[in-house]
Design a protein. Structure first.
Length: 347
């Protein structure tokens, strides 16, 4: 195993013993604590916030952001970002709804696979432009954000799919349960578990962290950077396709504006969840907790009848704070590395 691969550890960018490492390792615990404090605080003002029914609504509301956030986390860990995910969700949601409308007896599994294929194709376009075209990811995905949305507008033609036009098997999916748990939650948990385990334990996961941590070092170590980054974009697109179907089954009525602005919610959840915007550190679980945190905050604002647009200000502030924290920790890492090098020279 190469040195670059040995030093690639999920959630860790610096040597153990450094206080920065402790902060990174405890990011998930901090998010859980924040969720607990918000829950206690809001429930003391609005007791209905603590009801099981309300928690069920929160989980149902964050499913789409959580699923897309898993894919976004993979891309950001690799040192990139995908701003087109909202458009991919909108495109796949509309295509899934129109397909279900035109083929009333079509199994939902086929709809999911079709949406995943469309999403993966969109991710492949992004991945090729980034890896082969060597165009910065933020430029590529900002462009494809509008391209994919434009395709959605062309397909929709100004129309929409109404819930009354969709088969019951399509609309009933969110209410179906397995052992008393909604299937949408079960699907989300399975996806999170699979990708979290893969990022943590599989070699390709280490490739992701090594590439995001230091592209130059990964290149010198002979790691398959292009294939790794390309794969991250494809998986992100495929998961956005899954989220598109979940969006359509939840809301029923789907227009060409579905998923508009979703990319910013996803980036906020991932960054606040501890995935460094600089790449190379963070975890899938952290991104999930970030999504839940924003879902809880949104629901709390609604319960307390606060202005709904407050969530935008809170999301923006949270992103800025998370980026500032990441930059501070990155600089601390650099100072520590310089200190270690100087100490090694003296010894």
């Amino acid at each position: 195993m190469t040195d670059a691969l040995k030093t690639a550890r999920p959630g860790v960018r610096v040597r153990s013993g450094n206080p920065v490492v402790t902060i990174l390792r405890r990011r998930e615990a901090s998010l859980v604590l924040a969720l607990a404090l918000i829950t206690v605080g809001v429930s003391s003002v609005a007791p209905r916030f603590l009801s099981l029914d309300n928690f069920g609504q929160i989980l149902a509301a964050v499913v789409v952001v959580t699923v897309v956030g898993v894919g976004q986390a993979l891309v950001v860990i690799s040192g990139n970002v995908d701003l087109s995910v909202g458009s991919v969700v909108g495109l796949t949601a509309f295509v899934a709804a129109t397909t279900a409308h035109a083929n009333q007896s079509l199994p939902l599994l086929i709809v999911f696979l079709m949406a995943m294929a469309i999403g993966a194709a969109c991710g492949a376009i992004n991945g090729l432009l980034v890896t082969v075209g060597r165009i910065p990811a933020i430029v590529v995905t900002l462009g494809t954000l509008y391209v994919f949305r434009g395709v959605d507008y062309i397909i929709a033609g100004g129309g929409q799919v109404n819930a009354a036009e969709l088969p019951s098997s399509f609309l009933d999916f969110p209410s179906q349960k397995l052992l008393g748990i909604p299937l949408t939650i079960v699907l989300t948990v399975v996806l999170v578990a699979v990708f979290a385990a893969g990022a943590r334990w599989l070699r390709v996961g280490r490739y992701l962290y090594a590439t995001g941590n230091s592209s130059e070092a990964a290149h010198l170590a002979g790691l398959p950077q292009r294939r790794t980054v390309f794969g991250a974009f494809v998986l992100c697109g495929a998961l956005a396709g899954v989220a598109g179907v979940l969006y359509a089954t939840r809301f029923g009525a789907v227009t060409s504006s579905a998923g508009l602005g979703l990319e910013f919610q996803v980036v906020a959840a991932v960054v606040v969840g501890g995935v460094s915007i600089l790449g190379g550190s963070g975890s899938i679980i952290g991104s999930v907790l970030g999504a839940i945190l924003f879902g809880v905050i949104t629901n709390a604002l609604n319960v307390m009848n606060a202005p709904s647009n407050w969530i935008q200000a809170i999301s923006g502030a949270a992103i800025l704070l998370a980026i500032i924290l990441d930059l501070a920790m990155s600089r601390a890492r650099e100072r520590r590395e310089r200190f270690d090098r100087e100490r090694a020279k003296l010894s």
